[in-house]
Design a protein around this ligand. Sequence first.
Ligand SMILES: *Cc1c(COP(=O)(O)O)cnc(C)c1O
Length: 399
Amino acid sequence: MIPFSPPHISQEAIDEVVDTLKSGWITTGPKTKLFEQKITEYCGNKKTICLNSATAGLELILRWFGVKEGDEVIIPAYTYCATANVIVHCGATPVMVDINSDDFNISIEKIQKAITSKTKVIIPVDIAGLPADYDEINKLVKKDKVKSLFVSNSDNQKQLGRVLVLSDAAHSFGAEYKGKKTGRLTDVSVFSFHAVKNLTTAEGGAIALNFEVFDNEQIYKNLNTMSLHGQNKDALAKTKIGNWRYDVNDAGYKANMTDINASIGLISLKYYETKDLPRRKEIMTKYQNAFSKYTWAELPIIENENRKSSYHLYTLRIKNVKEKQRDEIIKKIFEKDVSVNVHFQPLPMLSVYKNRGYKIDDFPVAYDNYSREISLPVFYNLSDEQVETVINTVINSVK
Ligand SMILES: *Cc1c(COP(=O)(O)O)cnc(C)c1O
């Protein structure tokens, strides 16, 4: 069986984990802090905090900004449930909008129509690793007409004075937009290092801060505290002589990254640009070349003038098929021992959001993209021979 996306764990990463286990410091400590610095260096943003997931990162930012009941947060209908769930956790309303038909990202035109005086945040999602159109989104939230609609209900909302752009960059670590890496494309971005993502720490995530009007160091300190019960000193700080006393100002969360996880991330990041990204690109280029010969194949955008993907998901679409026929093709591919996937079932198709009144009929592009989509295996150790097997299996199954 060719798997879909097993993680890339080198012997060096295993050795680094063992080193951490033997060091006497296994929770948040020096390796997490070093990993944060390395991410900041790599992405070119202003400050980074590592956490136990991207989900925690998205929620912490919404809470930091004061998002609560009565507020609206604009998201694409086409994303993983985490993007919407965190809004529900805060008591606010996810406002879903449709996506583009050429890539799978949120439609700027649809965002514009969805903004109201209740809108507090927009969460674009870089689906498959291709960055959303951040210049357009950033321009939109700074327009006088849009700014005049904005109602501030917290100090941070007052200071920003407009809708916050929070990038769900769970797929797009290492991707580029107009020559800049994700993490520095907008106010704040959140990465995922979950096991199936390009760069993994088993479970993990990070918030890349890149604010212009706030002190990013100050926000880092605040988020660090809020990710650890609101305790004003972390375990490492408390080990310093006479430093045992601490206080708790807010009922915080528990979302810190451990040094065991950071060890995996440190080694993965070391080879990410020279090994992982080039290999992923190579695999996707083979897929593009092979399927471009077939009129039934609609190829994903992997790179164009302004954007370079992180090559996270290869989202092939089959032209002129219905959802059931696509499902039949997937069944045939699995019968030949090749694992594929579908990214994503649009949120209105999931019971939790269907039951909240969202209707898939309101998102025709999301449904069309979903109903014809098949994600093919892409991972570092996928051999050229296996790539050939995947290609032939897909072609035969479509036929
Ligand atoms: C994986 C994923 C997340 C959640 O990441 P975790 O680290 O598992 O919390 C959020 N958004 C999208 C689009 C994802 O694919």
